[in-house]
Design a protein around this ligand. Structure first.
Ligand code: NCD
Length: 320
């Protein structure tokens, strides 16, 4: 399965089921080696350079890409927030791609405009990893979310896994990407949001076509008892043209002890972070809260993706 090596990773639409499973297994291998033989993998990307170009705020995604690269012995050049770059002087993304190609071996790009990272990639010979393009997609977050669900062994039974996604489903790019991966499994989706921030119709149609069960509701309380996974999202303030609408929807859902009284004892509560008020701080110590496990899994996943982007597909053999 070398198809995923040395190529751009821009959208979850570009991954076949086999490629997705291959990446999950690579990530498992990286995690195992990192935990048992850290020194053996610590130089795999020596001499390679990752560029991180973030035209939108980020904590986890940028730092975890950079950490992943450093843990594999590579180096990092970065440009934060775009404000310090020539884009401010009118440079196009296409020109910037040609420039970065002279500096780095792989690049992670985040930009506020949907499909902008694809534009960048069209002028890049080095692999481009989409770190979030506006409200469109966030494919590496989706893979780490999937890896978290997979590790929790929620996806390998004959029984349908009931996955609730709650909050700003219109703008949450992590949700848009994640459902494109989860549709390959035996999943029942419950999309929980108000009508103003519903999942876009084209994405809903795609999921329905895939044969997965789909329910839409605004009532989180009523949905709770059935759920195996609850994926909570932040209302994406920066994507609202009308701040009145934002004010109306921003506090619609709140996960706290009272809500969890109706939940399954083995529910998993996920969130890509950052959270604002969607999940009470007191839930953090509940064993069902796995959002900080997602953060850790993000490092292993991004290590695996960087290795693949830089053509290392047989990690175990390289290490042996
Ligand atoms: C998410 C994003 O940027 O889309 N954050 C992240 O990368 N972990 C979620 C969000 O900002 O709400």
């Amino acid at each position: 399965m070398n198809n995923v090596a040395s190529r751009h990773f821009l959208s979850c639409n570009d991954l076949s089921q086999a490629e997705m499973m291959f990446i999950l297994r690579q990530t498992e291998t990286v995690e195992r080696l990192y935990k048992t033989k850290r020194n053996d993998i610590s130089q795999l990307l020596r001499g390679k350079i990752l560029a991180t170009l973030f035209f939108e705020p980020s904590t986890r995604t940028r730092l975890s890409f950079e950490t992943a690269m450093l843990r594999l012995g590579g180096q990092v050049i970065t440009m934060e927030q775009g404000s310090s770059s020539s884009v401010n002087k009118g440079e196009t993304l296409e020109d910037m791609a040609c420039v970065i190609n002279c500096y780095a071996d792989v690049v992670a790009v985040r930009h506020p405009e949907p499909f902008s990272v694809m534009r960048f990639a069209s002028h890049s010979k080095i692999p481009v990893l989409n770190a979030g393009d506006g409200a469109n997609e966030h494919p590496t977050q989706a893979l780490l979310d999937l890896y978290t669900i997979y590790k929790l062994q929620k996806l390998n039974g004959n029984k349908k896994t009931v996955i609730g996604l709650v909050g700003d489903l219109k703008n949450a790019r992590t949700v848009h990407s994640l459902i494109k991966l989860l549709k390959y499994f035996n999943v029942q989706f419950v999309f929980i949001s108000s009508s103003e921030v519903k999942l876009p119709a084209d994405l809903l149609e795609d999921v329905k076509k895939s044969g997965c069960g789909v329910q839409e509701t605004a009532d989180l309380n009523a949905a709770m008892p059935e759920l195996d996974v609850l994926y909570v999202t932040r209302v994406q303030r920066e994507r609202f043209e009308c701040q009145d609408t934002y004010q109306r929807v921003k506090n619609l859902y709140h996960v706290d002890e009272k809500l969890l009284q109706q939940a399954k004892p083995d529910l998993s509560i996920m969130h890509p972070l950052p959270r604002v008020d969607e999940i009470a701080k007191s839930i953090d110590t509940d064993p069902r809260a796995v959002y900080f496990q997602q953060v850790e899994n993000g490092i292993y996943l991004r290590m695996a993706l960087l290795l693949l982007a830089l053509s290392i597909t047989r990690i175990v053999e390289v290490v042996a």
